[in-house]
Design a protein around this ligand. Structure first.
Ligand SMILES: [Zn+2]
Length: 454
């Protein structure tokens, strides 16, 4: 029997309005905004809860295979479902092997089999070895043929052995290949030089690493600015699609705006934690707030929101990057793992701040559904509630208040900078292919998720 899902606030491409989605065999067969329901449909009426298109997180570290004790497909996709996501795109590092060859990609696919609550797909990695070569350049095209939607690389040590970073010279040598393949290159845009220099000076002066200010000073805005400046030049020369992941400094916004006005193919992401936490709020020793680039000042945060408003920042991601508790001891910021786990909380945390600043559900959908789907090459199936699309959607209570507790996190290790925070906006249910994978705090249908890259 066909199903129907109704609410007074359905976020459709033409705006938010009362509507009913008719669903058969996991696909949307009609969107009704007027008129009566056909006979013989099973109707679920969500009343005043909003229905949003399924959300996509383009920046998730699942860590399986190889570091499943940090996180894994089952726990990450469960947390994602509880957070309103119907698709996550997995980063190619922190797992073993790193996703830098087709062989490694196949190992990841085998590891994921039967363990996903929602859909997923893998980014590939671009790595650099010694001085003159780009280590896996010849693997990029085979990985594209095998389904990866793009590649991630670093310009400084990524915090974990494996996905070795590239110098700008090595990246320059990879640029013609990237331009030919036409898939986005996702870059962690911090340059090594300014970070090394700042850190060296801090150690020389015996800085107190239990202070957040010390960690912040070790990763100055200039590290991001220098990287972004160089990347814009490379894109101007070679015209490959560039995506800046987790932009943390608002000082880069003017040059990114100018580069885009010039017509360069550049997209920009920031993360929930940069939008919802400021350096001034981080207590000393509180390493659950450590990530890279670091969370910067309140003033900087306002700049990031303005860039979202102006459309210079396209999307918001989680950068869900968990680790076991023993790797994140409180105390010294230089000893703790840099990463924040947030799949289950990112959307409500972002909405809490966004609605206060006058943004709408359409904005939330643009940042978490439409723009991420475009980056991951999923525009034909994701980002819109429309005819013939998968019935992937989120039921969201935008005015509901709730408090973050450990039992609401759902990922492997219940570490979060948001514990105890009261949020506005709650994910009521998440539907994948017309089936509830998350509803009223419970889960169903493990292994319902698919690898969208095959
Ligand atoms: Zn990351």
């Amino acid at each position: 029997m066909a199903q129907a899902f109704r609410s007074n606030r359905v976020v459709l491409p033409e705006g938010t309005r009362p509507a009913t989605l008719l669903v058969q065999d996991g696909l949307i067969t009609r969107v009704l905004t007027t008129g009566a329901l056909p006979p013989d449909v099973a109707l679920t009426d969500f009343g005043d809860h909003a229905i949003l298109p399924g959300l996509t997180d383009v920046h998730t570290h699942i860590n399986q295979p190889g570091r499943t004790e940090w996180e894994g497909f089952e726990t990450a996709t469960r947390a994602a479902a509880a957070g309103g996501f119907t698709t996550v795109v997995d980063m190619p590092l922190n797992c073993l092997p790193e996703t830098i060859t087709v062989d490694a990609l196949e190992q990841k696919r085998i590891a994921a089999r039967g363990l996903t609550y929602i859909d997923w797909l893998p980014w590939g990695g671009l790595v650099g070895p010694g001085e003159d070569e780009t280590a896996n350049l010849e693997h990029l095209e085979p990985m594209v043929e095998a389904g990866v939607p793009g590649f991630k690389c670093f310009l400084l040590y990524p915090g974990c052995e494996g996905l070795s970073h590239l110098s700008l010279a090595q990246l320059r040598r990879a640029a013609p290949t990237l331009a030919r393949l036409g898939k986005p290159l996702l870059v962690h845009a911090e340059l090594e030089g300014p970070v090394m220099e700042a850190s060296k000076a801090l150690y020389a002066h015996h800085a107190d690493w239990t202070k957040y200010a010390t960690y912040l000073a070790s990763r100055p805005d200039e590290a991001e600015l220098a990287a972004i400046r160089a990347l814009i030049d490379l894109v101007r020369e070679f015209r490959f699609p560039l995506h800046i992941v987790h932009l943390a400094t608002a000082q880069a916004v003017p040059m990114l705006a100018a580069a885009r006005a010039e017509g360069l193919p550049i997209t920009v992401e920031t993360c929930t934690h940069y939008l919802a936490i400021s350096a001034e709020q981080i207590p000393d020793g509180a390493t659950q707030f450590k990530c890279a680039p670091p969370i910067r000042s309140k003033n900087n945060q306002d700049g990031l929101w303005q860039a979202l408003r102006d459309g210079v920042i396209d999307l918001v991601s989680t950068d869900h990057s968990p680790c076991p508790p023993e790797m994140k001891p409180s105390g010294a910021f230089d000893k703790a793992w840099g990463g924040i786990a947030s799949l289950s909380t990112a959307v409500p945390v972002t909405w809490t701040e966004a609605q206060r600043r006058g943004f709408t559900l359409e904005d939330l959908v643009r940042w978490f559904s439409i723009a991420p789907a475009k980056l991951a090459g999923l525009t034909k199936s994701h980002g819109q509630l429309a005819f013939a699309r998968p019935a992937n959607f989120v039921v969201f209570a935008p005015e509901k208040h709730w408090t973050v507790t450990a039992d609401r996190l759902h990922y492997r290790h219940a570490i979060s900078p948001y514990l105890g925070r009261t949020l506005t906006g709650e994910v009521v249910a998440t539907y994948l292919h017309g089936e509830a994978v998350y509803s009223a705090g419970g889960f169903a249908m493990l292994a319902n998720g698919r690898d969208l890259s095959v």
